[in-house]
Design a protein around this ligand. Structure first.
Ligand code: ZN
Length: 151
């Protein structure tokens, strides 16, 4: 178990140091801002969504703690190429993973690398850091123009 924890920790630190898809997409057709006032995490998400509601490209910018940055980085890798309906299901599984752990048995396989955030549920203050990028993603897909807030 400790080895697994260390692996998870190393993955989070790596994605915080070198966030993937950390860029403004020039041809984005959806964007949304997210803010977690509890920790001060802020991000802007850029999506390119095709006519079938598939996320064909994604980028983000912003500043925040290691958990929020790593979560956004891993999320962008995870959702690229997926359709909105699939992403909604992933969001529910991810939220279960970082809160109750209820989705763990069934969910971890489908969540892949996102399993690194399973330890977050021991730190309730950090749950919002981990889910900020997902709330922002949902706001971008809904295209309401509102800022996603964790509060
Ligand atoms: Zn944070």
């Amino acid at each position: 178990m400790n080895e697994l924890r260390e692996l998870y920790q190393a993955t989070i630190l790596d994605h915080n140091k070198k966030p993937r898809n950390f860029c403004e997409l020039e041809d984005a057709n959806r964007t949304a801002d997210g803010h977690n006032p509890l920790c001060g995490d802020k991000l802007t998400l850029y999506l390119k969504v095709d006519a079938e509601d598939r996320v064909v490209d994604v980028g983000f910018q912003g500043s925040g703690c290691a958990i929020s940055t790593a979560s956004a980085s891993l999320m962008t890798e995870f959702v690229k190429g997926k359709k909105r309906g699939e992403i909604e299901e992933d969001f529910i599984r991810f939220q279960e993973l970082v809160t109750t752990g209820a989705g763990e048995a069934a969910g971890v396989e489908t969540l892949g690398k996102l399993a690194v955030f399973s330890g977050v549920r021991e730190y309730p203050m950090r749950v919002k850091c981990a889910t900020l990028s997902w709330h922002t993603l949902r706001a971008a897909l809904e295209n309401t123009g509102a800022t996603a807030r964790t509060e």
